[in-house]
Design a protein around this ligand. Structure first.
Ligand SMILES: *Cc1c(COP(=O)(O)O)cnc(C)c1O
Ligand code: SF4
Length: 371
C-alpha cells in the first residue's frame, strides 16, 4: 500500500517537461510561504493561511501558477488560499452532495441505478479552494488495493451499472501502470458500456498527458472524459495541446465548470470559456452551482444570478456551447437542471414559451383544448 501511495503522488518535477519553465515556478506551491514568495498571497495573511492549510490542503501546479496574469485574478483565486476559508456558514456541510449516503463499499458512490462513481484516489494536481470534496481530497493517495478490489467486485456483481465514473481526487494522477490495471479490470466486466474520467489534469498539469497515460486509458469500452475548467485563461497553449492529444486518442471530451463568484459569474467570462472549449473540441456539459462545502461561501453566488447568466448566454452562443446549469441537491438527492425555465403554463392551461430575447409566445400541444 505504501508503494501505491508513492506511486500515485503527483510528480513534483515531471519528466518530459522543461525543468525550468520560462518565467514561472517549476514546482507546485504547497505552503503559505511559497504562495507569499510567489507574490500570490499577502505576507500579512501568512499566519491565518497556516490555519487554512491545516484545514484544507494547498497545491497549485506550475502550469496554473504560470497561467496567472495578475494576483487575485480568475486563475489565482481558484488555488491561492484565502482567510475567508476560515468562515464556515451554518448551511455548509462536510459532505455537501451526500456521497456517503450512497456508498455501498468504500470508495464507491452508487446514487443513480445505471452509473457509479469510483473514487480511485484522493490526490489531485491542484487543490481547488472551492472543492466540493475538500473534506476528503488530499488525504492519502490511491484507494488501497483491497478497497479497489471490493469496489470492482461490487460493479461486476451489479448488472444494472452500465457506466463507471473514475474520479477522486483526480484519477489521472494515478500512474499509468496502476491506471492500466484498473482499466483492464473494468474492461473485463461485460455489462459495462462506458468508462468516464472526471479530471482537471489535462488543463492544470498538461505535461502529464503522456503517451503512456493515453495508452493506459485505452479500453474496448467507450472511454469519455469530462475536464473540469472554470476560466478561459486556464486553457494555456500546453493545456490546448493536451486536449488535442486526447482528441487524437479518440476520446470524446466534455467539460464541467463551477460557477464561482468574482471568478466566472458573468456572461462575458463564461462566453469566453465556452467558446475556447468549443474551439478545443470540448462540449460544455455542466455548469455547477457551487456546492455547500465548508469555507466556500465567498465563492457562492445566487441561483437567480446563475439563471440570468444562462439566459444571456443562450442569446449569444450556439447550443453546442451551452452547458446545463445544475445543482447537486444537498443530502444526496441527485443533480438536476435549475433553469432558467423557457416553458411556462399560461392562465388558460396552454404553454407559454420564452424566446432567447425574453418575449413570450403561446404554444398549444396537439391534445390541448383549443384556446
Ligand atoms: C454527478 C454524479 C454522477 C454523474 O452524473 P451525470 O449526470 O451522469 O453526469 C454519478 N453519480 C454521482 C454520485 C454523481 O454525483
Ligand atoms: S481537482 Fe477536483 S477533486 Fe481535486 S480539489 Fe479540484 S475540484 Fe476537488
Amino acid at each position: 500500500m505504501k508503494d501505491l501511495i508513492k506511486d500515485s503522488a503527483p510528480t513534483e518535477a515531471p519528466q518530459g517537461q522543461a525543468a525550468e519553465p520560462s518565467g514561472g515556478q517549476a514546482r507546485a506551491l504547497t505552503t503559505p510561504a511559497q504562495f507569499v514568495a510567489a507574490g500570490l498571497a499577502d505576507p500579512v495573511d501568512a499566519a491565518a493561511l497556516g490555519q487554512v492549510a491545516a484545514e484544507f490542503k494547498l497545491r497549485m501546479s506550475p502550469e496554473m501558477a504560470r497561467a496567472v496574469a495578475a494576483p487575485g485574478d480568475g486563475v489565482a483565486r481558484q488555488f491561492v488560499p484565502e482567510v475567508a476559508e476560515l468562515t464556515i456558514r451554518p448551511e455548509e456541510l462536510a459532505d455537501p452532495i451526500g456521497d456517503d449516503a450512497h456508498a455501498p463499499v468504500p470508495g464507491l458512490t452508487h446514487r443513480y441505478p445505471d452509473r457509479v462513481i469510483l473514487h480511485a484516489t484522493k490526490t489531485c494536481e491542484v487543490y481547488c479552494r472551492f472543492c466540493f470534496r475538500r473534506e476528503v481530497v488530499g488525504e492519502e493517495g490511491a484507494l488501497p488495493e483491497a478497497e479497489m478490489a471490493a469496489a470492482l467486485d461490487y460493479v461486476a456483481a451489479t448488472p444494472a451499472v452500465r457506466e463507471v465514473i473514475l474520479t477522486g481526487g483526480d484519477p489521472l494522477t494515478l500512474s499509468p501502470r496502476r491506471l492500466a490495471s484498473v482499466m483492464a479490470r473494468l474492461g473485463a466486466i461485460p455489462h459495462l458500456d462506458v468508462i468516464r474520467f472526471h479530471t482537471r489534469v489535462p488543463v492544470v498539469a498538461p505535461e502529464k498527458v503522456t503517451p503512456d497515460l493515453l495508452a493506459a486509458m485505452e479500453s474496448d469500452k467507450a472511454v469519455w472524459l469530462v475536464v473540469h475548467t472554470n476560466h478561459a485563461q486556464e486553457l494555456t497553449e500546453a493545456a490546448q495541446a493536451a486536449l488535442r492529444r486526447l482528441v487524437a486518442a479518440g476520446i470524446p471530451l466534455l467539460s464541467q465548470t463551477v460557477l464561482l463568484r468574482g471568478i466566472n459569474d458573468d456572461p462575458d467570462t463564461l462566453e469566453a470559456l465556452f467558446r475556447a472549449l468549443i474551439r478545443a473540441k470540448v462540449k460544455p456539459y455542466y455548469l455547477h452551482h457551487c456546492d455547500l462545502a465548508k469555507g466556500t461561501g465567498h465563492f457562492r453566488t445566487t441561483i437567480a444570478r446563475g439563471q440570468a447568466i444562462m439566459t444571456a448566454l443562450r442569446a449569444r452562443l450556439s447550443g453546442m456551447a451551452l452547458p446545463a446549469y445544475v445543482l447537486d441537491i444537498p443530502g444526496g438527492y441527485g443533480k438536476v437542471p435549475i433553469g432558467p425555465d423557457y416553458l411556462l403554463r399560461a392562465a388558460d392551461g396552454l404553454w407559454q414559451v420564452r424566446d432567447p430575447k425574453g418575449d413570450l409566445h403561446r404554444y398549444a400541444d396537439p391534445s390541448a383544448p383549443l384556446g
